[in-house]
Ligand binder design. Structure first.
Ligand code: ADP
Length: 339
């Protein structure tokens, strides 16, 4: 915040404002506001500020969003406003300048916009396929033909499953936000669950060889089986999606202390070190890798694992492949047996 004269001379600024430009009070006080480092790097901004001060000193409320460069060189988005302060006689004596850093809010807003357009795009593809199919069958039926083939019914079924998956992901992510995701916890054999999930993915991953390595016959965890299966399916389908045909995917399960650790290793593109944390963020996708999906799979997996008091992480080398890991606390009967 700052206080300026109606002519635009800076009288005072608070410490948050000074911190932003790494300046001392004495560096800026007494200067025209537009000549201070908050504005001086852009003549366009300076002009805008000058007109705004003229308007505010006539009693008009001024408010606009602007990009600023902080002292560390980062661009920040600021919600800026100027408001007049009057004396008892109604004369404008000062202007109060206020700038709110809304960078984070803006970033989330932009991600949301990108997400909405990606989601709409994803939903459109299966819907277009279904629409074309039904239209062609309406035309055939009108002509007295009745010829829907098994192949076409299977295509409809596949596309409907895709739609359901996308919608479920969107619903899940909003359930996490509102804290409305409830787990149905039971003691389950994780080794068996992994085995069953591999069977399911093998049906889709015909171009990859899937291996399963385990040291224990049984590992019991208290978990929501459907949700853990969802994590496994997300990680396995990513391993297949982001690695070339003909490569290997290895799933392993082992006991470490009081935890079960599941790992899914691929021989794919790999993930740069700088991206290894943020890929778990909501909507995040590494650019230029256009495949179906829109950045919710890992976020949902992380939230599910977290709610089971476990951890999820990745180790990866670009060009060599990635291994995703997640841990789950073992239930008493497994953790008390020594391995
Ligand atoms: P989506 O697959 O829908 O993009 P995810 O949340 O599952 O979303 O993954 C986020 C991003 O992480 C992906 O866009 C992809 O770039 C990267 N990624 C995930 N799994 C792998 C993997 N096994 N190998 C390489 N990159 C991966």
């Amino acid at each position: 915040m700052g206080i300026i004269t109606p002519q635009g001379i800076l009288l005072d600024a608070n410490s948050a404002a000074l911190h932003l430009i790494q300046a001392n009070r004495s560096d800026v006080i007494g200067k025209p506001f537009w000549e201070t480092p908050w504005w001086s790097y852009s003549t366009r901004l300076q002009k805008r500020l000058k007109t705004s001060i003229a308007r505010a000193s006539q009693g008009k409320i001024v408010r606009f969003e602007t990009e600023h460069i902080a002292s560390d060189g980062k661009h920040i988005t600021v919600d800026f406003s100027l408001e007049a302060v009057r004396n008892r006689q109604g004369k404008i004596t000062h202007l109060v300048a206020e700038g709110r850093d809304i960078t984070q809010r803006k970033r989330i807003e932009n991600l949301r916009k990108e997400f909405l357009s990606a989601a709409a795009h994803e939903l459109k593809t299966p819907i277009t396929v279904l629409k074309l199919l039904t239209q062609s069958h309406i035309a055939k039926a009108k002509g007295g033909e009745d010829t829907i083939s098994v192949n076409e019914l299977e295509l409809i079924d596949r596309e409907l499953s895709r739609l359901t998956r996308i919608i479920d992901d969107i619903l899940d992510s909003s359930r996490f936000e509102t804290g409305q995701l409830f787990l149905v916890l039971k003691e389950i054999n994780l080794v068996q669950l992994v085995q069953e999930t591999i069977k399911k993915i093998t049906l889709y991953a015909k171009n990859h060889t899937i291996f399963f390595r385990r040291e224990e016959q049984d590992l019991f965890v208290t978990a929501d089986a459907a949700r853990i299966e969802q994590v496994l399916l997300n990680l396995l389908s990513n391993a297949v999606k982001y690695s070339p045909s003909g490569t290997k995917v290895t799933i392993a399960i082992e006991k470490k202390g009081t935890y079960a650790i599941v790992s899914i290793q691929d021989e794919g593109f790999g993930i740069a070190k700088t991206k290894q944390k943020i890929i778990f963020n909501k909507y995040y996708q590494i650019k230029k890798r256009v495949k179906n999906g829109f950045g919710l799979g890992l976020y949902i997996s992380k939230e599910i694992v977290k709610r089971h008091h476990g951890r999820i992480w990745v180790e990866s080398t670009i060009g060599k492949g990635s291994t995703f890991f997640f841990s789950l606390p073992l239930s008493k009967r497994s953790s008390s047996q020594s391995s």
